[in-house]
Design a protein around this ligand. Structure first.
Ligand code: ATP
Ligand code: MG
Length: 413
């Protein structure tokens, strides 16, 4: 058995399978870098950031050693009894990593590799019928070539498990052996991880976060490209409720495992909406409101040193998201406006929302500021000059200033 005490390979402190060679079989996590391996001179910066994020994400679970070599991050538990399932789950959300596996380290001696494979995966092998072995040598000086390792380890395992058969095309379990510089690693198949680039390597942007389905998906997509996000939310009490505000904070909390720490700036929006309703044509109401959102976001972005705005707008989804309407709302800011879901159908957006875990919160039924005072027939082909003219009736500067003064920051870790 893998462990003399509990007979499972998941045991954290496996006893000697062979006193001659190794006394503790320790499970570690191997995280494989994604496209950041293509970075030239900047690669060190990307790697440092990746390690930092992983350490920071694992810190609440206990002591881990995190280091990188050969395009792989090694994550080693440094205490007994750490929750490796949770550690694995957390690392799988870290952008910059494409694949992950749980592995055991062993000496490069081939007999040790065989014994480790049996100790670690024997239990699993007993429950299946087909397997295959894949080998990879990062250490090209290793005396055995990859095909030989596969063949020999395969034969060793077949000898231990007579019911097993090798199936190279469609095995139930693929056993991987990696021969690296200082040790060998044995593990099952790699699983897909988050992909993308480590958050913080592509600068910083300000995300307009509503309580809907789209904007959290936009946050995820931009964070995935390595952008560190700040959040801005417009709330209109007393028209919007405490629950609506809590819902947005909950969404932001659900984004933290992907995006890292988040600050949500909540900006009061009721006065602006009341003034627009009092002074502007009803069919332009939403559009002018959106221009104010962009103005406020622009002001905050400059304050927070953000280089772009991020929204969850999708072309044609509603009247304020036609091409003409987007041009009119984008007219008030010089910052690039990133709209990662612009070309996506609702269904595709929902699929991502489910994947990242924000969907259930997004569909809670609390009113957003966009749903108060909605016009019956919103303008779909607005003209920017006309809209600017309509805004002459408003004290734009004063409204923006007062809203900014009323802002409040909630920090989520
Ligand atoms: P969602 O709300 O899921 O993003 P939606 O279809 O409801 O999608 P709109 O309400 O038209 O979209 O808003 C478009 C975008 O404007 C949002 O994706 C978001 O980026 C921004 N936005 C809308 N309302 C707010 C708000 N109250 N606070 C901050 N940003 C907002
Ligand atoms: Mg919305």
């Amino acid at each position: 058995p893998a462990c003399a005490n509990c007979s499972t390979f998941k045991c954290k402190s496996v006893t000697p399978t062979n006193e001659r060679r190794f006394c503790i079989m320790k499970e570690i996590i191997l995280a494989y870098q994604g496209e950041m391996t293509l970075k030239g001179l900047n690669r060190g910066k990307f790697e440092a950031r990746l390690s930092k994020i992983i350490r920071w994400r694992l810190e609440p679970l206990g002591k881990f050693k995190v280091y990188q070599a050969q395009s792989t991050v090694f994550i080693e538990p440094k205490e007994d009894g750490l929750d490796m399932d949770e550690a694995f789950r957390r690392v799988s959300h870290v952008f910059g990593i494409v694949k992950l596996s749980r592995a055991v380290e062993c000496p490069k001696d081939f007999a040790a590799i065989c014994e480790t494979a049996e100790a670690y995966l024997g239990e699993t092998l007993r429950g299946i019928r087909t397997f295959k072995v894949e080998a990879k040598r990062a250490d090209k000086t290793y005396p055995m070539k990859s095909p030989e390792i596969c063949r020999e380890l395969g034969a060793y395992l077949l000898d231990k498990h007579h019911h097993l058969r090798v199936d190279v095309h469609n095995p139930q379990l693929e056993i991987m052996v990696e021969i690296r510089d200082y040790a060998a690693y044995v593990h099952g198949p790699k699983v897909e991880a988050a992909g993308g680039l480590p958050v913080g390597t592509s600068g910083r942007a300000l995300n307009l976060l509503s309580g809907g389905i789209d904007s959290p998906v936009a946050s995820y997509m931009i964070a995935k490209r390595g952008v560190e996000l700040e959040m801005i939310h417009f709330a209109s009490p007393p028209y919007t409720s405490e629950q609506a505000r809590e819902k947005v904070l909950q969404l932001a909390r659900e984004l933290v495992p992907w995006c890292g720490r988040l600050n949500v700036t909540i900006v009061p929006f009721a006065e602006i909406q009341e003034e627009i309703r009092r002074n502007c044509p009803e069919d332009h109401f939403t559009l002018i409101m959106r221009r104010f959102m962009m103005r406020l976001a622009d002001a905050l972005a400059r304050d927070l040193n953000c280089r772009a705005l991020v929204t969850g707008e999708s072309l044609g989804q509603v009247a304020s998201q036609t091409m003409d309407a987007l041009a009119v709302s984008g007219d008030v800011t010089d910052l690039p406006v990133l709209r990662p879901v612009i070309g996506m159908d609702k269904e595709e957006i929902v699929r991502i929302a489910r994947h990242i875990g924000t969907f259930e919160t997004s569909i809670l039924p609390y009113e957003d500021c966009c749903t108060v005072f909605t016009p019956r027939h919103p303008k779909t082909r607005p003209h920017v000059e006309e809209v600017r003219e309509m805004e002459q009736a408003l004290d734009v500067e004063g409204l923006v200033r007062r809203a900014m003064e009323g802002r409040e920051v909630v920090k989520l870790r």
